[in-house]
Unconditional design. Structure first.
Length: 74
């Protein structure tokens, strides 16, 4: 997992779905959680690192296709 995405997750407020992304474990988002993840990532200010844009694109795709988004920890 790219450190820039991990930093964004670790700095998220406790009620955020990003806060649940595990550094060493695996994290899976269902369709309802994807809505929140997309909203949270889109709300971030400043220029997003390329890895965050890639994750945002994957989350949008998974939501549109009714899939899960699986993020593998280290």
């Amino acid at each position: 997992m790219n450190n820039s995405f991990l930093r964004i997750c670790e700095s998220a407020p406790p009620e955020s779905v990003r806060c649940g992304v595990m550094k060493y474990g695996d994290t899976m988002f269902n369709r309802n959680q994807l809505v929140r993840l997309i909203e949270e990532l889109e709300a971030l200010e400043g220029e997003l690192p390329a890895v965050v844009i890639d994750i945002l694109d994957a989350a949008r795709y998974a939501w549109r296709e009714s899939l899960y988004l699986f993020i593998r920890g280290d």
